[in-house]
Write a protein that binds this ligand. Structure first.
Ligand SMILES: Nc1ncnc2c1ncn2[C@@H]1O[C@H](COP(=O)(O)OP(=O)(O)OP(=O)(O)O)[C@@H](O)[C@H]1O
Length: 309
């Protein structure tokens, strides 16, 4: 029988009256990289804590590799690696000493440990820095060391809570290249992120807001769920133009992305004409206008805006 590596059923966590996680039901299959995507305070960390048996749910249940997160909590700890947002690295210990420290915590047998550490150093491109103190590593290298530590006991499921938060784009790309290598080894990855370019790299994503799962599917499926088009406009004054369009155009959302304005609409033809009229009348020069496929960012701005109404 094939069991889902991660399964939750109506998982709910209350903090007093606040529903941090609200009836979450989802499945993640072996070898998937599932992204939990949402803004700050959406409930991502709480979901991670529930799935890693650190916290018990108020109601509902979750299973990791068929094991119940409350009843089988001890067994689950052997199956998973967890890199939390405040993953503890010891700044006064070297790279290799940090990994060894986690090997002790996870009771990794002495026999074969050296080889495992070498493999992880190689895998995370940290071999040349093995003797460097963790406190002297760059942000991106610290994250990679955190990942190596979380992998020392060869877990089947890896939980990563916003692993690349505040890390530069090049290091983020490097980090994701490492995650893909793990997928090839059949590790299942559950990652939370607020970066939408990272969400695009997941096999499936779940959009979470105020503890609720708003949509779930491949990034392409989630984009299609919107059933909307996006008009992209470039103008001589994007701030003025976006304010004007927000005021005068009756559409679902007007967003500013750098120097481009994105209008989410069901009627791209009519709204393109209307946009041209509004901006021409106000003396704002249009340098480009076209209808494009919505990006994940468009979907997010749209879905979150409609939730806050
Ligand atoms: N131990 C706690 N006690 C009370 N409230 C909590 C606790 N942990 C989280 N919360 C609240 O639950 C909600 C969800 O928080 P959570 O940390 O899970 O969100 P998040 O999506 O991970 O956000 P962030 O990325 O900012 O950590 C927030 O409103 C938060 O204030």
């Amino acid at each position: 029988m094939i069991t889902d590596t991660i399964r939750t059923e109506n998982l709910t966590k209350l903090f007093n009256n606040l529903k941090a996680v609200d009836n979450l039901t989802l499945k993640v299959a072996e070898g998937e990289i599932f992204g939990l995507v949402g803004p700050d305070g959406a409930g991502k960390t709480t979901v991670m804590r529930l799935l890693t048996s650190i916290m018990e749910p108020t109601s509902g249940a979750a299973w990791i590799a068929g094991k119940h997160t409350v009843k089988d909590a001890e067994l689950i700890k052997e199956e998973i690696g967890y890199m939390s947002q405040r993953f503890g690295l010891y700044p006064d210990l070297s790279v290799i000493e940090n990994i060894n420290f986690y090997a002790d915590i996870y009771s990794v047998p002495r026999k074969g440990r050296k080889e495992k550490i070498e493999e992880l150093l190689e895998f995370s491109n940290l071999t040349p820095f093995r003797k460097r103190l963790a406190g002297n590593l760059s942000g991106g290298m610290k994250q990679k060391l955190g990942l190596a530590c979380a992998l020392i006991h060869t877990p089947k499921v890896l939980f990563l809570d916003e692993p690349t938060n505040g890390v530069d784009p090049l290091s983020r790309r490097d980090f994701w290249r490492i995650l893909y290598q793990l997928l090839r080894k059949k590790v299942t990855i559950f990652v939370s992120t607020a970066y939408l370019d990272e969400a695009e790299r997941c096999t499936r994503i779940g959009l979470i807001h105020k503890g609720k799962l708003l949509s779930i599917g491949t990034p392409a499926e989630v984009k299609k769920l919107m059933h909307m088009s996006v008009i992209e406009i470039r103008t001589s004054d994007s701030r003025k133009a976006s304010l004007l369009l927000r005021e005068k155009l009756k559409v679902d959302s007007v967003g500013l992305f750098g120097d481009k304005i994105h209008i989410v609409t069901k009627n791209p033809d009519t709204d393109t004409k209307e946009t041209e009229k509004i901006l021409n009348t106000a003396g704002v020069r249009i340098t480009g206008i076209r209808t494009i496929e919505p990006s994940l960012e468009d979907v997010f701005v749209y879905v979150l805006a409609s939730q806050n109404e």
